[in-house]
Design a protein around this ligand. Structure first.
Ligand code: S3P
Length: 442
């Protein structure tokens, strides 16, 4: 019923017909954000860092390659145990070639904070077609305020970028966007800089950097009222053991699949439920989804639970404001859920989606409308008129992992055959996605 056709260049995912039921227990891959940070902090710390549960997707592989090129020693990547031997008190080595962040905004933006602060070292950084079109001024500008020398295409807005490392000065940066990538970039630059560096953001974004920096030995002050984080420069990080929980952004596909498919019951094990990431659970609860959190626990400083989802009769809701950064990566799959909900779901304040791996607002509206959905694109969101019957169609991932997987879940609940071209994009964050899809359907 589900086939993946692999050619040399691309994969085509074919879903022959609507699923009648879904059952099973799912183990999701490690959290992408935490995987990047564990590799990076391990690379700059003294001694050994051990990472259990690392995401083996393309994005963390890009991070690992970049930091290996700058002197970190990283064992073969696997999800059991990866060992990173950091550079410790030394500065990062000047790489012999261009650093390639691939498709990964997190790799490029966080890494820039570290590169900018390596006096007299020269670095060039690039990425794939998607990443080279994504905005980098959001990190280059504040780094320049700290004294960084960074040059890039389009008047310093896009990669490829050249960085000449400098001794930076600490700043208080008021970010116009709630972005963990911007915040983390400045915090990493601040770690390398004398004095206290503060980032204030308009709403709270994911706080994995803050948690992990503390556990590696950095000193941070966090003001939750003003969404401000201050880091003291100069701390010497010490290698740690990091246990990476399952990625709630990957779990989201199964949460929605379970809720919208009839006769479904899925258990998703070991999901990270850090409060800065659980907007998806709150949104699905507003939509009436039958989801329960079981076996709640804490693993290496991050809260974790098993999630059980059952078929649900969804209703529309409005998603806007401070919850947006807490579910920013889940909006494509929420758009799918909204097609199956009674009433009109409105998503607002989500213009950031236009500068992700693709313009996720435009792409989701276009592709789901091809299936018979009734979605109106707003400048900063989507208006989704639910309760329609989706029909299988031929669609494209736009090489965006979350689009590929969201459309697959829509296809699972569409009448007739769905084809998703360039489905290999899923391997950016979820290399085993299709295997799990096949397992729970049959
Ligand atoms: C991430 C932050 C988010 C998110 C991305 C991962 C991170 O991006 O969309 O997938 O690991 O810090 P922004 O900070 O640009 O919103």
């Amino acid at each position: 019923m589900i086939n993946l056709i692999k050619t040399n260049e691309h994969h085509q995912l074919i879903i022959e017909k609507k699923a009648n039921s879904l059952h099973g227990t799912i183990t999701i891959p490690g959290d992408k954000s935490i995987s990047h940070r564990a590799l990076m902090l391990g690379a700059i710390a003294s001694g050994e860092t051990t990472i259990e549960g690392l995401l083996l997707g393309e994005d963390p592989r890009s991070t690992a390659k970049c930091f290996e090129a700058m002197g970190a020693q990283i064992s073969e990547l696997n999800s059991k145990k990866v060992t990173v031997t950091g550079i410790g008190q030394k500065t990062l080595q000047e790489p012999l070639n261009v650093l390639d962040a691939g498709n990964s905004g997190t790799t490029m933006r966080l890494m820039l904070g570290l590169l900018a602060a390596q006096p007299r070292k020269f670095f060039t950084v690039t990425g794939d077609d998607s990443l080279r079109s994504r905005p980098m001024a959001r990190v280059i500008k504040p780094l320049q305020d700290m004294g960084a020398l960074i040059y890039g295409r389009n008047d310093n807005k896009n990669a490829p970028l050249a960085v000449i490392g400098q001794k930076l000065k600490s700043i208080h940066y008021y970010s116009p966007v709630a972005s963990a990538q911007v915040k983390s970039c400045i915090l990493l630059a601040g770690l390398m800089t004398e004095g206290k560096t503060t980032v204030t953001e308009p709403a709270l974004s994911r706080d994995h950097s803050e948690r992990m920096l503390r556990s590696f030995g950095a000193t941070l002050e966090i003001d939750t009222d003003t969404h401000s984080v201050t880091i003291e420069g100069g701390a010497k990080l010490q290698g740690q053991t990091v246990i990476v929980p399952g990625d709630i952004s990957s779990a989201a596909f199964w949460l929605v699949a379970g809720a919208i498919t009839p006769n479904a019951e899925l258990i998703i094990e070991n999901v990270g439920i850090n409060p800065t990431r659980t907007g998806i659970l709150e949104a699905l609860e507003m939509m009436n989804a039958d989801i329960t959190l079981e076996n709640q626990r804490e693993t290496a400083g991050e809260p974790v639970a098993d999630l059980r989802v059952k078929s649900s009769k969804l209703k529309a809701c409005t998603i806007e404001g401070a919850i947006i950064p807490r579910l920013i990566d889940e909006i494509p799959i929420l758009a799918v859920a909204a097609c199956f909900a009674e009433g009109t779901t409105v998503i607002k304040d989500a213009e950031e989606l236009r500068v992700k791996e693709s313009d996720r607002l435009a792409v989701m509206a276009t592709e789901l409308n091809k299936m018979g959905a009734n979605i109106v694109e707003l400048p900063d969101g989507l208006e989704i008129n639910g309760g329609v019957t989706l029909k299988g169609s031929t669609m494209d991932s736009y090489t965006d992992h979350r689009i590929a997987m969201s459309l697959a879940i829509a296809g699972l609940n569409a009448q007739g055959k769905t084809i998703i071209n360039r489905a290999e994009a899923a391997s950016i964050s979820y290399p085993t996605f299709v295997d799990t899809l096949i397992k729970i359907v049959s």
